[in-house]
Write a protein that binds this ligand. Structure first.
Ligand SMILES: C[S@@+](CC[C@H](N)C(=O)[O-])C[C@H]1O[C@@H](n2cnc3c(N)ncnc32)[C@H](O)[C@@H]1O
Length: 213
């Protein structure tokens, strides 16, 4: 069951007004989450090329990159987390969120499909892979916690990497105005198998934290 918790982190003023409700990434996000075959070579190349172009200035986009939803998800959504767990950061971009994850876990493996995003990430010695979420180069059942911030969801492939009772944390930093967005209930419904967890809003964003039963 997915339980919706009341908001505790208020929405701060200044949330970008421009609506992304009709953003082209919306359709891509839903299409591939429902059917991974929609991730064709052509779509993949287009996405890669788009994010390669955005990479040099990605880290300046802090207006839409508020960290409260991730922190709130960890505080209220995840039970029984410990620092020895292995965390997989899916679609890490330029690593804006990586330091927050490294505060919570000794081992964080971050990956992204865009080489330019990885090149523009800080050289902080953390593990970064050039990889596609549709084919994660990680053995099955090795990950404890998978974190996706404004990232595409490939439900089957993601779950393949998770240990039994593993967690998925899905963050949309601008809630339903995030270009790469899925509603919390849809995230819950799309993951194969039995899940339980929580969802809430925090500041400008929303989060869903689920544990496999
Ligand atoms: C909206 S950005 C979010 C980046 C980062 N999580 C953040 O919040 O700053 C989406 C990221 O997904 C990456 N991406 C897109 N498709 C991907 C795929 N199939 N596998 C891995 N990364 C992908 C892009 O290169 C980009 O860095």
């Amino acid at each position: 069951m997915l339980e919706f918790l009341p908001r505790v982190v208020p929405e701060s003023p200044g949330k970008p007004e421009d609506s992304n409700l009709a953003h082209p990434m919306r359709k891509v996000t839903r299409d591939i989450a429902v059917d991974e075959h929609m991730w064709s070579d052509e779509v993949c190349e287009n996405v890669k090329s788009l994010f390669n172009q955005l990479a040099p200035t990605w880290s300046q986009r802090t207006h839409s990159m508020k960290f409260e939803p991730l922190e709130d998800a960890f505080e209220r959504g995840l039970k029984s987390i410990d620092q020895d767990m292995i965390c997989l950061e899916v679609a890490s971009g330029t690593g804006l969120v990586t330091p927050l994850l490294k505060k919570r876990f000794k081992t964080v493996v971050s990956f992204d499909i865009s080489k330019e995003m990885l090149i523009n990430a800080p050289k902080d010695g953390s593990t970064k892979l050039l990889a596609d979420s549709a084919r994660i180069p990680i053995k099955s059942k090795t990950i404890d916690v998978a974190v996706l911030v404004n990232a595409f969801l490939f439900p089957k492939e993601l779950c393949r990497t998770l240990k039994k009772n593993g967690y998925v944390v899905f963050i949309s930093t601008l809630s339903d105005r995030t270009p790469i967005y899925l509603p919390p209930q849809e995230v819950f419904d799309l993951l194969p198998g039995d899940w339980e967890g929580y969802s809430s809003e925090a500041d400008w964003g929303c989060w869903t934290a689920l544990r496999q039963k």
